[in-house]
Design a binder for this molecule. Structure first.
Ligand SMILES: [Zn+2]
Length: 132
C-alpha cells in the first residue's frame, strides 16, 4: 500500500468502503505557529478579544521531488505519451489537520481525514475519506 504518515497528534483510523480499517499512529506533529494579537474593543466581552495570526507550517517534510527525466511527481498518473524509462518512487502521503492543510493548498501529498465517524460520546473513531 502507498505509504501514509500521520502528522496529527492523534491516532487515525481509515475505514475503507469494504469495512477494512487501517490504523496510523502519530509520529511527529505538523503544526502552524499561531500568534494571538490583542484587539482593542469597547464591547463588553467577558474575556479578552484577540486576532489569530497564522505563521509558517512546522514539522511537515518537503514534497517528494519530481522524476528528473519526465517531471512526473510520485503518485501522479503518467500521461499516456510518457515513455520515461525510470522507476518512479512510491508516493508518500501526509495526514494533517485542516489548519495545516490550509497553509499548503498546493501540496497534493498533504491530506486531511474527512467524513468522520463518531461514537456515542462524539469521539472520532474513523475517517471514511481523505480530503485535499
Ligand atoms: Zn519519469
Amino acid at each position: 500500500m502507498t505509504k501514509i504518515v500521520n502528522l496529527t497528534p492523534h491516532a487515525i483510523v481509515l475505514r475503507a468502503p469494504d469495512g477494512t480499517e487501517h490504523s496510523f499512529l502519530p509520529s511527529t506533529v505538523a503544526r502552524v505557529a499561531v500568534q494571538s494579537v490583542p484587539v482593542d474593543t469597547y464591547a463588553d466581552l467577558p474575556v479578552p478579544l484577540v486576532e489569530s495570526k497564522y505563521g509558517e507550517v512546522e514539522g511537515l517534510p518537503a514534497a517528494q521531488p519530481p522524476c528528473p527525466e519526465c517531471g512526473v511527481r510520485p503518485g501522479e498518473e503518467r500521461p499516456y505519451n510518457n515513455h520515461c524509462s525510470r522507476i518512479h518512487a512510491e508516493p508518500i502521503f501526509y495526514l494533517v489537520s485542516r489548519i495545516v492543510k490550509d497553509r499548503v493548498p498546493e501540496r497534493k501529498d498533504v491530506l486531511v481525514p474527512d467524513a468522520l465517524l463518531r461514537d456515542g460520546q462524539g469521539r472520532v473513531v474513523a475517517a471514511m475519506r481523505l480530503s485535499l
